[in-house]
Design a protein around this ligand. Structure first.
Ligand code: S3P
Length: 430
């Protein structure tokens, strides 16, 4: 699938409620599956990635009933999972694979997890290592990539794991396995990654050990989860409204967890006109409405490395923003971007250069120097966030931008094209 943009001919205006948070949706499904009783989930993201988790949970025994916008999930209890009859397909989703691997490493039956072409190239050693330390037996493909062949065991032991990377997928994987282990399991990381697992576990009746730990044998009980709109999807609209002259958008019910809101800080520092209204708590999470108007002047900034985990998925759209801001934006400490759904630093760098943008690529980041952006043809490389970032930038390019490899926007934001067009954006699917 291809996207084609034209320079926006009028301001973007109106209200958008972006789709449900992807990270929270995966966790709501997995925790509900492991819980005793019926959980209730509203606002769940309906996208390919989340469907992969839902399908796997159903294969493991979870019951799903939909009533309007609410999902009723019948959990099987942590000891009640059934052996899946076939390998579990995680599609494009690293979160699905890494979190479910934590659960499956502790089951008395064998299982196999595989993914699509992109996921099958992503590193799994980062989870296999701590799970092996806990007593699990997992075989990977060569280079530590999927498929994962997990041998059944009921004898994991707790560990204090010092993760070498700030990764919520690693952290959550180890904590989920820790629910089944003997003794306590704790995780520390160099910088705090998104903490949705730690926020949601108590709602399912689990008491945390310290800031990031669980006691083995903890049982989960059914809960109600209201999934807020995904700040990572909202980010495309924040940047689009910031760039297109005269725009004003209201983004409703956006999750503003402090471990995720780096994009808000970056936009403010770069000169965006953004205000948060009606900040409130919804379940364990902070949410608010964001009003964002076109910026008068945008300036490049140095993004502190400590901010990177809180904006890790927003780096592609920040690179697009930097391409039309005065001066240079420097991003470092972002080597993780190279092992996402694509090598995002490379895919964005290639595409931006194609549109005439000046930049320098480093192993762990980029310097993007702002100027004007030409039309042209770019490759989204099957990466949803890169494709959407180019579509946003296309709104202020001097001519049409054709974006190839955009089919995977369905993994996180199936209504992106419709939603952007509905507020006045010029984008089409081909
Ligand atoms: C996620 C964690 C992040 C993020 C991904 C979702 C999660 O990945 O990039 O989109 O839901 O835990 P890492 O844990 O690999 O940093």
């Amino acid at each position: 699938m291809m996207l084609e943009t034209q320079p926006a001919s009028a301001p973007l205006q109106g209200e958008v409620t972006p789709p449900g948070d992807k990270s929270i949706s995966h966790r709501a499904l997995i925790f509900s599956c492991l819980a005793e009783g019926e959980s209730r989930v509203t606002g769940l993201l309906q996208s390919e990635d989340v469907k992969a988790t839902e399908k796997a949970c159903v294969q493991l025994g979870m019951g799903v009933r939909r009533q309007g916008q609410t999902l009723f999930l019948q959990g099987v209890g942590s000891r009640g999972l059934s052996a899946p009859g076939a390998p579990l397909d995680m599609g494009n989703s690293g979160t699905a694979m890494r979190l479910l691997a934590g659960v499956l490493a502790a089951q008395p039956f064998d299982s196999v997890l595989f993914g699509d072409e992109s996921l099958n190239q992503r590193p799994m050693t980062r989870i296999v290592k701590p799970l092996t330390l806990m007593g699990a037996t997992i075989e990977t493909g060569k280079n530590g990539t999927p498929p994962l062949r997990i041998a059944g065991t009921s004898a994991l032991h707790g560990i204090d794991y010092e993760s070498p990377i700030a990764s919520a997928q690693v952290k959550s994987c180890v904590l989920l396995a820790g629910l089944y282990a003997d003794g306590q399991t704790t995780v520390s990381e160099p910088l705090l990654s998104r903490d949705h697992t730690e926020q949601m576990l108590p709602a399912f009746g689990a008491e945390l050990v310290g800031p990031c730990g669980v006691a083995g044998g903890t049982r989960l009980t059914a809960a109600t989860v209201h999934v807020p709109a995904d700040i990572s999807s909202a980010a495309f609209f924040m940047v689009a409204a910031t760039l297109v002259p005269g725009s004003e958008l209201l983004l409703r019910n956006v999750g503003l967890n402090r471990t995720r809101d780096g994009i808000v800080q970056v936009l403010r520092e770069m000169g965006a006109d953004l205000t948060v209204h009606d900040l409130r708590r919804q379940g364990g999470e902070q949410v608010g409405d964001i009003r964002i108007r076109c910026a008068r002047r945008l300036r490049g900034i140095d993004i502190p490395e400590e901010w990177v985990p809180s904006l890790i998925d927003e780096v592609p759209v920040i690179m697009a923003l930097a391409a039309v801001s005065e001066g240079t934006t420097r991003i470092r400490g972002a080597a993780e971007l190279r092992v996402k759904e694509s090598d995002r630093l490379d895919v964005m760098a290639k595409g931006l250069r194609q549109l005439g943008v000046q930049l320098k690529e480093y192993e762990d980041g980029v310097d993007v120097t702002g100027g004007s952006v030409n039309g042209g043809r770019v490759d989204g490389a099957g990466d949803h966030r890169c494709a959407m970032s180019f579509a946003v930038l296309g709104q202020v390019a001097s001519a049409a931008v054709a974006i190839e490899g955009a089919e995977h926007i369905n993994t996180s934001f199936p209504s992106f094209v419709r939603d952007l067009a509905a507020v006045g954006g010029c984008v089409d699917e081909r």
